[in-house]
Design a protein. Structure first.
Lengths: 110, 108
């Protein structure tokens, strides 16, 4: 079974903190993605990566950055967390036109 | 980017078929149509995908209109475990573009 794991299910941070969300996949997939999910807005793409050290902006990249130093790991970074970044964050990897999602990290920024 | 439109919610009786519609009128000729579903407190999971022809797998069937401007996900016999949010998405390049999804409620 393909596994996509995320470092935390729940996270609480303070405004201005630097936040790291980690995602690991075990299927040697090249493409990995970060989405955020908010009520009424569905899933929106933040960033994606199609290879190690390669990244592309999605639809809402402002306030976020990413890192892909190894093929299996894709990290989302909030340089200075703000309350409007409180959300569910979902990581996915893609193989054979199928996305495999992690369980999500619910981030609350106070 | 292509956009999808789905009903906000639908209801079905257990053991009956369910037809979940989706409009994607701005789809281009090379965009695949994907369906995912999301159970409570989980990430979305893959259901089915297709380009032009109707598709079947162990979970569901996908019927794609001839002009590709709409599609229908068919669950042949709904169970309580099928209660979820169903997302019709269009794959543009490497990206999946999600709509708001349909909440499916299944009554016993």
């Amino acid at each position: 079974d393909v596994k996509v794991t995320q470092s935390s299910r729940y996270l609480v941070k303070r405004t201005g903190e630097k936040v790291f969300l980690e995602c690991v996949q075990d299927m040697d997939h090249e493409n990995m993605f970060w989405y955020r999910q908010d009520p009424g807005l569905g899933l929106r793409l933040i960033y994606f990566s199609y290879d190690v050290k390669m990244k592309e902006k999605g639809d809402i990249p402002e306030g976020y950055s990413v890192s892909r130093e190894k093929k299996e790991r894709f990290s989302l970074i909030l340089e200075s967390a703000s309350t409007n970044q409180t959300s569910m964050y979902l990581c996915a990897s893609e193989g054979d036109r199928t996305y495999f999602f992690g369980p999500g990290t619910r981030l609350t920024v106070l | 980017d292509a956009k999808t439109t789905q009903p906000n919610s639908m209801e079905s009786n257990e053991e009956e078929p369910v037809h979940l519609p989706c409009n994607h009128s701005t789809i281009s000729g090379t965009d695949y149509i994907h369906w995912y579903r999301q159970l409570p407190s989980q990430g979305p999971e893959y259901v089915i995908h297709g380009l032009t022809s109707n598709v079947n797998n162990r979970m569901a069937s996908l019927a794609i209109a001839e002009d590709r401007k709409s599609s229908t996900l068919i669950l042949h016999r709904a169970t309580l475990r099928d209660a979820a949010v169903y997302y019709c998405t269009v794959r543009v390049g490497n990206k999946l573009v999600f709509g708001a999804g349909t909440i499916l409620r299944v009554k016993s």
